[in-house]
Design a protein around this ligand. Structure first.
Ligand code: HEC
Length: 242
């Protein structure tokens, strides 16, 4: 209240003089304005003000337009991307192609071929001889002999059946009537590469024959497959000598 009273008093006391003095001031202010209004050509001079408004934005816009969108460090990265993509695609392709024959071979070895039951899950041997650690490669140096063996199975007991001069017990069943030709090619590939430790490069022809589906018969007939059979199959599929 003590503060309110002086505050209330001051405007009250100030108003009368201000009213009197303001009226002329307004009149004076209006008078120059009215006097200035004839000089309207001065207004166009003010128009540059709107033009100035875009100008502060122009440096920013220009900077944004002229700025390089791709940083310098990204240029080699972007240039390398296509090469990386090709290399990456290449790494995908080979395992994918190999995995088909190896996957099918493993399936036959462990599954419908029943090979693991006599030769061991890892090829360590059992009723049948060991295949792992190069054993199967010593027994059949040529993969075509290996294919023929798996199709036909053991000869009569007592006969030499492999490159090492081992004598047959007649314990190995024939597979030509049970497995498809492609399954036999695949299981031979699997036994040589995954169990025997052969280099895949050494079995390029076998892999190509496996992939030449049109050239491979549905089955290899027992007693009707010879090295010449496979050779002519590969020739008709356009697979190189080997
Ligand atoms: C019933 C048991 C049995 C089954 C199943 C079997 N094998 Fe055999 N396998 C043998 C025997 C036994 C021999 C040794 C040859 C003989 O005694 O006549 C042998 C020999 C082999 C050899 C030669 C090995 C060497 O070092 O001489 C290969 C290769 C082979 N088998 C692959 C296969 C494949 C592939 C399968 C599956 C499709 C298979 N075997 C299924 C019993 C079997």
């Amino acid at each position: 209240m003590a503060l309110g009273a002086p505050v209330g008093d001051e405007p009250a006391a100030a108003v009368p003089p201000s009213d009197t003095t303001a009226a002329p001031a307004v009149a004076q202010a209006q008078a120059p304005a009215a006097a200035a209004s004839p000089s309207l050509p001065a207004l166009p001079e003010l128009e540059p003000v709107p033009e100035l408004q875009p100008e502060p934005a122009k440096p920013w816009v220009q900077a944004a337009l002229t700025r390089k969108k791709i940083p310098v460090w990204a240029v080699p990265v972007l240039l390398f991307l296509p090469f990386w993509a090709i290399i990456f695609a290449g790494t995908l392709e080979s395992p994918e192609r190999d995995s088909e024959i190896i996957a099918l071979g493993r399936e036959v070895y462990e599954g419908n071929g029943g090979c693991a039951g006599c030769h061991g899950a890892e090829g360590g041997g059992g009723i049948g001889p060991a295949l792992a650690d190069g054993e199967v490669l010593n027994s059949f140096a040529d993969w075509q002999d290996h294919v023929i063996w798996v199709v036909n199975g053991s000869p009569p007991a007592g006969q030499v059946y492999n490159d090492e001069g081992d004598i047959s017990t007649a314990g190995m069943p024939a597979n030509g009537d049970k497995l498809s030709a492609r399954e036999i090619l695949a299981v031979v590939y699997f036994e040589r590469v995954e169990l025997g430790g052969a280099a895949e490069a050494d079995l390029h022809d076998l892999e190509e024959l496996f992939e030449a589906e049109g050239a491979v018969p549905s089955q290899f007939d027992i007693g009707q497959i010879f090295p010449s059979t496979l050779t002519s199959l590969m020739a008709s599929a356009g697979i190189g000598a080997g």
